[in-house]
Design a binder for this molecule. Structure first.
Ligand code: PHE
Ligand code: ZN
Length: 899
């Protein structure tokens, strides 16, 4: 057997665009996949035996087979035991084509790969002490030649062979056999009985410790649950295990879905591009999404672990048992699974709080994406690099589309629909059309128009006007919908939009009598209705309305739209204090906050001084009453008192005035702090007792309210309060309170605060330098500091031993935090921040294209800034564009941003 050296063609031409309309079924399918990995220091030999057959569904009988492959060294290839020679095949860009292929055959390829040299973190790579894989979306082709597309599903058997210094050898499915070999080596054989696409393949080899538990499924089967980590992290696995068991039970109860293998494993790795990956039976997690303990992890961190563990577990049905036909269908699994995990978290904690958090994320990041150059529908029509489409749109907006379907169908029909979907398509690779068809068939609803949500991008705008006829006691609501043009579509057809609503009178919710409506049997609650918009303009008339009502619209944020209705301040105060919908109470508080910030902004933009800015008395009283409202969940009080973020203000702006937004928001916060000082002190003292840390919703709510109060109080630059903050930093028994205090000290404008911050930062690093995830929080708090000179500090931190330019979590903590969460500094100093970011992207372009591409986001928004900023940002994009050997990932985002 001769070794065939193959060098891949350099990518110097324009990358190719892939279109949904070009989809064709595969010519060949794979019945079984037998893999053998021989792991050695520096290289791994992969033998792949594929049992192939012509796809009966293909239109013509193919006599060629094009396999995907990237960065592979082919050692040998044989077809039905006959060794092939270079005349029998041809290398292409990321491909290997075999000629004269028969109806069925067995293909054996042997390839060499270099995991240690793989910095893209796709395929098989090394992370610290272990080997691991990441195959979604198209990473399997970096492991062996294969039909690396999700509609090719096969039964995998995997043998892993390695030195015994890697005692743990894992792959998908159930363990068949393990044993010893010569030369201090050993092996394990895993078999996954469920057909799966290659993107769900996983392998891990390392010196890992684990915790173990078990779960008895609804049909009485016993499942072993194991979480593998580096030994030093064994004390941080319990929360993930609890979350896993809760998820397994919830999916049985809420969706009737039972787990299907004898074992479920999670492995935590430190170098990971994303949050986690749902490989069949062997989920691989970023350490940041699985490890948690009170001393090192904030409440947000705990909740993230719970949410991500649930998300990946839920993929076992929504993603694995029923998978995607092609990558344009990504939202089929991601939108649905995000919706499922959000509902799970709502059931585990506070539903309203979870909704407020979800909508905040959507309205800042997804709405911004929808308004920018990378805007795409949740089912995109084309892409250059699929990794660029793991977006807020596909995930978060995708989840909103599922939520709207659940709202339109109602609980029982939605469940019938998902049952039908899982039954009908178990073991298949399907499309979003198939999903909607199952829901339509099970419920009898016509969802034809609704499907426009899958093909039209952009955030619809809803203009609402009303009219009250006192004599007739009739109230009319008129809705006009429109949607701005996006790159793929200029003129949008009307969407099918569910608007959940109620009407408020002076004493609270009014009963609803909708004119010409069929009597509503579904709900006994006649103060809540779901109006269905299907036309560009539509009116609804309510009868027997005895006073002019204030409409409570889009309750629970029932559709991902921008709602415009002209509320007076008095209307908002009424909604904030009396609406029966918790989400809309919060929404009213945000509208009030926005208006207050806009007033300050106007003053600032006209050259006015914001020092000593004061707020109207009725506004102060409205906030005071929130603080005193005993009926409210404390977490909701905390959110209602938090003003809209700078990111949200920027999204809402036509042209982003970075300084006006920053200083006006700060001025309003200071004004509130002065006016409500006594209330904030009372709250801070009331909740500031050291207690044993618990992660219950109540305990989290108390900490969050207390820390919101602290954040206001620190703005007063009062020595006693600053010292109290420093004391909180020193004496707290949990990372939530420690980080809250540290963040306030770091951002304090007073010299006392600055001095204390410097000591605290030094102390913090000293104490936590061996906990990588904690060091990330330390990097992040410094990168997010809004005081001047932060860029210089960030640059200095690039050289700090606590930073590692190869680790995505560190890059996110330092570089992405600075560029995404620190607008006032990122946009300052004549483009120094832009240049810094472009330098980082150019460096990462070859090392890790996915991370490089993700870092681009703030520069893609260049058209939203003033002309001087635009010029500077655009120049940096052009500088990146001029780089030789741009990755497909970076090329796609930069070229679309400049288009
Ligand atoms: N499928 C993963 C998830 O959402 C995300 C992911 C995509 C992870 C690509 C790694 C690579 O759960
Ligand atoms: Zn997912």
């Amino acid at each position: 057997m001769t070794a065939v050296e193959q060098s891949l063609p350099e990518q110097n031409h324009q990358p190719k665009t892939i279109y949904l309309k070009d989809y064709q079924v595969p010519d060949y399918l794979v019945k079984t996949t037998d893999l053998r990995f021989e792991i050695y220091d520096g290289e791994t030999i992969v033998s792949a035996m594929l049992d192939l057959y012509r796809n009966p569904a293909a239109t013509t009988a193919a006599t060629q087979l094009r396999l995907h492959g990237a960065d592979l060294e082919l050692i040998s290839i044989s077809l039905d035991d006959k060794v092939l020679t270079p005349a029998d095949y041809e290398f292409g860009e990321e491909s290997l084509t075999l000629f004269n292929t028969p109806e069925t055959f067995k293909l054996l390829t042997i390839t060499k790969i270099k995991p240690e040299a793989n910095t893209s973190l796709e395929g098989l790579y090394r992370s610290r002490t272990m080997y691991c894989t990441q195959c979604e979306a198209e990473g399997f082709r970096k492991i062996t030649y294969y039909l690396d597309r999700p509609d090719v599903m096969s039964e995998f058997t995997t043998t892993v062979v390695a030195d015994k210094k890697y005692p743990v050898l894992l792959s998908n499915g159930n363990l068949l056999e393990q044993g010893e070999l010569d030369n201090n080596r050993h092996y394990a054989i895993w078999h996954d009985p469920f057909k799966k696409p290659a993107y769900l393949f996983a392998l891990v080899a390392g010196d890992l410790a684990h915790i173990e538990d078990s779960f008895t499924t609804c049909s009485g089967r016993e499942v072993a649950l194991k979480i593998f980590v580096e030994p030093k992290d064994l004390d941080k696995c319990d929360h993930a295990m609890t979350s896993l068991k809760n998820s397994m039970r919830w999916d049985e109860e809420v969706y009737g879905r039972e787990y299907d293998l004898n074992i479920f494993m999670i492995v935590a790795v430190d170098d990971f591009n994303m949050g986690a990956m749902e490989n069949k039976g062997l989920n691989i997690f970023n350490t940041s999404c699985v490890l948690a303990k009170p001393e090192t992890t904030t409440d947000a961190g705990f909740q993230r672990v719970e949410g991500v563990v649930a998300h990946e577990y839920f993929h076992n049905w929504s993603g694995n048992r029923v998978t995607c036909r092609d990558w344009f269908q990504l939202s089929l699994k991601e939108g649905f699974t995000v919706y499922r995990d959000a509902e799970f978290s709502a059931d585990m904690g506070s539903r309203t709080v979870k909704r407020v958090e979800g909508v905040t994320l959507l309205r800042t990041l997804q709405f911004a994406e929808d308004a920018g150059p990378m805007a795409h529908p949740i089912r995109p029509e084309s892409y250059i690099e699929i990794s660029n489409f793991y977006t807020m749109t596909v995930y978060e907006k995708g989840a909103e589309i599922i939520r709207m379907l659940a709202t339109l169908l109602g609980k029982d029909n939605f469940r019938k629909g998902t049952d039908l979907y899982f039954d009908r398509h178990d073991g298949q690779a399907v499309t979003t059309e198939d999903f909607v068809a199952a829901l339509a068939d099970a419920s009898g609803r016509d969802l034809t128009q609704f499907k426009r949500w899958y093909s039209q991008a952009g955030t619809p705008r809803l203009e609402v006007t009303d009219h009250y006829d006192e004599d007739a006691q009739e109230y009319r609501l008129t809705f006009k919908q429109s949607c701005p043009a996006t790159p793929e579509c200029q003129h949008k057809l009307p969407f099918h939009i569910p608007v959940a609503m109620g009407l408020l009178g002076s004493a609270g919710d009014l009963p609803l009598y909708l004119k010409d409506a069929e009597p509503d049997f579904e709900t006994s609650d006649n103060t809540y209705k779901v109006l269905e918009l299907t036309q560009a303009e539509q009116s609804f008339v309510f009868q027997r309305v005895q006073e002019k009502p204030v409409p409570s619209l889009l309750r629970g944020f029932s559709a991902p739209v921008k709602l415009h209705y002209h509320y007076s301040r008095a209307d908002l105060v009424l909604l904030m204090s009396r609406d029966s919908d918790g989400f809309n109470r919060w929404e009213a508080s945000q509208q009030l906050g926005l208006a207050a910030i806009y007033t300050a902004m106007q003053h600032y933009q006209q050259g006015g001084d914001l020092s000593g800015w004061v707020l109207d008395a009725d506004l102060i009283e409205a906030y005071r009453s929130v603080l005193q409202d005993e009926s409210l969940d404390q977490a909701m009080v905390a959110y209602m008192l938090s003003l809209p973020s700078e990111a949200y203000l920027s999204e809402l702006a036509e042209v982003v005035d970075v300084e006006a937004i920053h200083y006006s928001r700060l001025a309003v916060r200071k004004a509130l702090a002065h006016a409500l000082r006594d209330e904030f002190v009372r709250i801070y003292n009331a909740y500031n007792h050291q207690q044993a840390y618990r992660v219950t919703a109540d305990a989290i709510a108390s900490r969050s309210l207390k820390n919101v109060a602290l954040a206001y109080l620190i703005l007063l630059n009062d020595e006693t309060l600053i010292r109290a903050c420093e004391q909180q930093y020193r004496t707290s028994n949990n990372m939530t309170d420690v980080m809250a205090a540290l963040t306030q000290l770091v951002n304090s404008e007073s010299s006392l605060g600055q001095g204390l911050a410097e000591n605290a930062l030094a102390d913090f690093y000293q104490r936590w330098q061996h906990e990588s995830l904690v060091v990330n929080q330390w990097l992040m708090v410094q990168a997010s500091c809004s005081l001047p000179n932060t860029l210089a500090k960030v640059k200095a931190l690039l050289e700090h031993p606590g930073f590692d330019g190869k680790n995505p979590n560190k890059i996110r903590a330092l570089i992405a935090s600075f560029c995404n969460s620190n607008a006032i500094n990122f946009h300052a100093n004549a483009g120094a921040g832009y240049q810094f970011l472009a330098d980082q992207i150019i460096q990462l372009n070859r090392q890790n294209p996915q991370i490089a591409s993700r870092l681009l986001t703030p520069l893609t928004k260049w058209k939203k800034y003033n002309s001087q900023q635009q010029t500077l940002m655009k120049a940096e994009l052009e500088r990146i564009m001029a780089e030789p050997q741009l990755s497909k990932d970076v090329f796609e985002v930069v070229s679309k941003s400049l288009a």
